[in-house]
Design a protein around this ligand. Structure first.
Ligand code: AMP
Length: 190
């Protein structure tokens, strides 16, 4: 199994790069943001709880996310591996992910951190907001999401650094340029 976590601030291109990685390495793509948006659309209990949290740019509670992720992983445990997009966002989630994969005799092989300048993130998210229909792609929520990322998710990066699983890709230029860097990183792990 090859398991990759992709992280980076909102607007850093995680979704786009995850789709390319999924195809190139035949991994199962788990986007917790997409899963939550599907729950909202379906009008489920989780969706109802998550809707306002997402619109405010805050994080959905760990226990909800961990249960959701566990189910998705177990339902697809025969996959060649996973690309985790948007999870873990807290250290508690990162620890749980390690435990979950250990139960499958697997591990997170590498954390890919997408690096993009702050102004570019805001610009890309505002542009995306024109067509995405996402309640959280507006200036106020964008700034909030960036602050939440710094507070909760930067410690996740430290967690992977400590265990020697951190790598970074510069995504200030083109999609292709970033994907070339990512392929070099992943190929060094397989
Ligand atoms: P994303 O599509 O990854 O930008 O996620 C959109 C929103 O969903 C985030 O701003 C959070 O409110 C929520 N969310 C997604 N993944 C997680 C997670 N792993 N933990 C907590 N909240 C999450």
């Amino acid at each position: 199994m090859l398991n990759i976590v992709i992280t980076g601030a909102p607007g850093s291109g995680k979704g786009t790069q995850s789709e390319l990685i999924e195809k190139e390495y035949n991994l199962f793509h788990i986007s917790t943001g997409d899963m939550l948006r599907a729950e909202i659309k379906a009008g489920s209990e989780i969706g109802k709880k998550a809707e306002s949290i997402i619109a405010e740019g805050k994080l959905v509670p760990d226990e909800v996310m961990i249960a959701m992720l566990r189910k998705q992983v177990l339902d697809h445990k025969d996959a060649c591996g996973f690309i985790f997009d948007g999870f873990p966002r807290t250290v508690v989630q990162a620890e749980e992910l390690d435990e979950m994969l250990a139960e499958l005799n697997a591990k997170v092989d590498v954390l890919l951190c997408m690096e993009v300048a702050h102004e570019t993130l805001v610009e890309r998210l505002l542009n995306r907001g024109k067509t995405s229909g996402r309640a959280d792609d507006n200036l106020e929520t964008i700034e909030k999401r960036l602050a939440v990322y710094t507070e909760n998710t930067l410690p996740v990066i430290e967690f992977y650094k400590k265990s020697g699983r951190f790598s970074k890709a510069d995504n200030n230029s083109t999609v292709e340029n970033c994907f070339d860097q990512i392929k070099n990183i992943i190929n060094a792990h397989i």
